[in-house]
Design a protein around this ligand. Structure first.
Ligand SMILES: *Cc1c(COP(=O)(O)O)cnc(C)c1O
Length: 409
C-alpha cells in the first residue's frame, strides 16, 4: 500500500479503479489455526529420540481412526500420497480405468496416472457439483477397476447410490474426502463410507500437520499393504527393527518414502480434538453467508443436501451476474483489489493440457462442470473468521456488482 493511497482513494469507487478497499487487511480464503498447545506438542517431539517412525505415528493413526469411527487409519505425508497408496493397495495398474469426478483437485486423477491407469472423468450434478452415480455409470467399461468420489466443498457425495453402483459391478469405491473430515452422511462419519477414504492435512484443510495425509479403511490387509507402500515397499520399519533387535528386511513391492514425521503427527494429535468445534464454526459462518446472500440473488450458494453434516472446507457461490454485465472473471480481480481472497475450485481436470495431450480429453465432455466452472467463486472461510469478516465479503460483492461493469472489449 502506498502512503498516499488512503487520502487519494475515492469513497465508494471500486478499489480496482483507485477507490478505498472494503478492508485494510487482506482476508485469505483459508488459514490454519496454530495455538500454544500445538507448538508445545511439536516442541516436545523435537526434544525426544524419535523425529520420524516413532511412537507419535501410531498414536495419531489410532486417534484419527477413533475420531472418524474407522477400524484402520494409515498416516502418510500428503493427501496426494494417500490417494496414491489407496490406488496401489487396490492393485490399480496399466490398462485399468478409474472413474473420477472432473471437478476436483488434479491429484484425485493424477493418482491413477502414477500407476499407469487412465482416469475417466465423470460429470457432476449442476446444483451440488458432486459426482452422481448416473454420471459414474456412464463411464463404466470392462476396464473400470475403481470409482472415486469427492466430497466436494465438504459435503458428502451420494454414497448410497455410489455404493450400490460399485457393488453391482464388484468395484471398490474410494472417497477422496480431503474436503470433508468431520462431516457425516446418514449418521455415519466421513471416513467410513467407502472401501478407502483419503484425507489431507495441508494448512488450508480442516486440521493441519503442515503437509500430511491419511487413509481410513475397515480392511486390515489393505492397511497393512499401505503401511508397506509408504516405506519403500519394505516389510518392517526402523522403529520395529530396533525394538526387536533385528536388522533384516524385505522389499516386497515398489514403494515410496511417504512417511509422516513424528512432529507432524504430534501436531495432528494436538489439532484433532479441535476439529468438531471448527466444523461447527464453519457451519455458523456458512449460515451467515447464506442469510446475507439471500438479499444478493446474483450470488447463488451451492445446494446443500439433507441427512448430512457439511464439513464446509469451502464456501462456493455461482456468479449469476449476467444482468449486471459482470462476469466471474471480472469480479475475481475486483474482489481481490477489495482485499477479499476469493478463489476458484477448480479448473475441471479434463481441461488441463496434460490430460488433453496424454488422454485426449476435451471441452464438451462434462457440460455441467464446464458451465459451473465459468461461474464458481470460493469465498473466504476458516474457523477464526468473525461474523464481521463475512459481512465484509458480502459488502464487497455488493459494491462490485453495483458499479458499472468493465467496458467489454
Ligand atoms: C487437498 C486435496 C488433495 C491433495 O492433498 P495434498 O495434501 O495437498 O497432497 C487431493 N484431493 C483433494 C480434493 C484436495 O482438496
Amino acid at each position: 500500500m502506498t502512503a498516499s493511497q488512503p487520502t487519494q482513494a475515492i469513497e465508494g469507487e471500486l478499489a480496482i479503479r483507485g477507490g478505498r478497499p472494503v478492508r485494510e487487511a487482506y482476508l485469505p480464503y483459508g488459514r490454519q489455526a496454530i495455538d500454544d498447545d500445538d507448538r508445545a506438542a511439536v516442541a516436545a517431539v523435537l526434544k525426544s529420540d524419535w523425529l520420524t517412525t516413532g511412537p507419535k505415528v501410531a498414536e495419531f493413526e489410532e486417534a484419527f481412526a477413533l475420531a472418524v469411527g474407522a477400524r484402520e487409519a494409515v498416516a502418510v505425508n500428503s493427501g496426494t500420497a494417500a490417494l496414491h497408496a489407496a490406488m496401489h493397495a487396490l492393485g490399480i495398474g496399466p490398462g485399468d480405468e478409474v472413474i473420477v469426478p472432473c471437478l476436483t483437485f488434479a491429484a484425485t486423477a493424477n493418482a491413477a496416472v502414477y500407476l499407469g491407469a487412465t482416469p475417466v472423468f465423470a460429470d457432476v450434478d449442476p446444483d451440488t457439483l458432486l459426482i452422481t452415480a448416473e454420471a459414474a455409470a456412464r463411464c463404466l467399461t470392462p476396464r473400470t477397476q475403481a470409482i472415486v468420489a469427492v466430497d466436494y466443498a465438504g459435503q458428502a457425495a451420494e454414497y448410497e447410490a455410489l455404493r450400490a453402483l460399485a457393488a453391482k459391478h464388484a468395484l471398490p469405491l474410494v472417497s477422496d474426502s480431503c474436503h470433508a473430515v468431520g462431516g457425516s452422511y446418514r449418521g455415519r462419519k466421513i471416513g467410513t463410507l467407502a472401501d478407502l477414504s483419503t484425507f489431507s492435512f495441508h494448512p488450508v484443510k480442516h486440521i493441519t500437520t503442515a503437509e500430511g495425509g491419511m487413509i481410513t479403511t475397515e480392511d486390515a490387509e489393505l492397511a497393512r499393504q499401505m503401511r508397506i507402500f509408504r516405506t519403500h515397499g519394505i516389510t518392517t520399519d526402523h522403529h520395529y527393527r530396533q525394538a526387536h533387535g533385528e536388522w533384516t528386511y524385505e522389499m516386497q513391492t515398489l514403494g515410496f518414502n511417504y512417511r509422516l514425521s513424528d512432529f507432524a503427527c504430534a501436531l495432528g494429535l494436538s489439532q484433532l480434538p479441535k476439529l468438531e468445534g471448527w466444523v461447527r464454526r464453519r457451519n455458523e459462518l456458512a449460515d451467515r453467508y447464506r442469510a446475507v446472500l439471500a438479499d444478493l440473488p446474483q450470488f447463488v450458494p451451492l445446494t446443500v443436501l439433507p441427512e448430512r453434516t457439511h464439513a464446509y472446507h469451502l464456501f462456493i457461490v455461482r456468479c449469476r451476474t449476467g444482468d449486471t454485465g459482470w462476469t466471474r472473471d471480472q469480479i475475481f480481480p475486483a474482489m481481490r483489489a477489495e482485499r477479499i481472497g476469493v478463489n476458484v475450485h477448480y479448473i475441471p481436470v479434463h481441461l488441463h493440457p496434460f490430460y488433453r495431450e496424454r488422454f485426449g480429453t476435451r471441452p464438451g465432455q462434462c457440460p455441467n462442470a464446464e458451465a459451473a466452472y465459468t461461474e464458481i467463486m470460493t469465498l473466504p472461510l476458516f474457523p477464526a473468521m468473525t461474523d464481521h469478516d463475512v459481512d465484509d465479503v458480502c459488502r464487497a460483492l455488493r459494491k462490485v456488482i453495483a458499479a458499472s461493469p468493465p467496458a467489454s472489449r
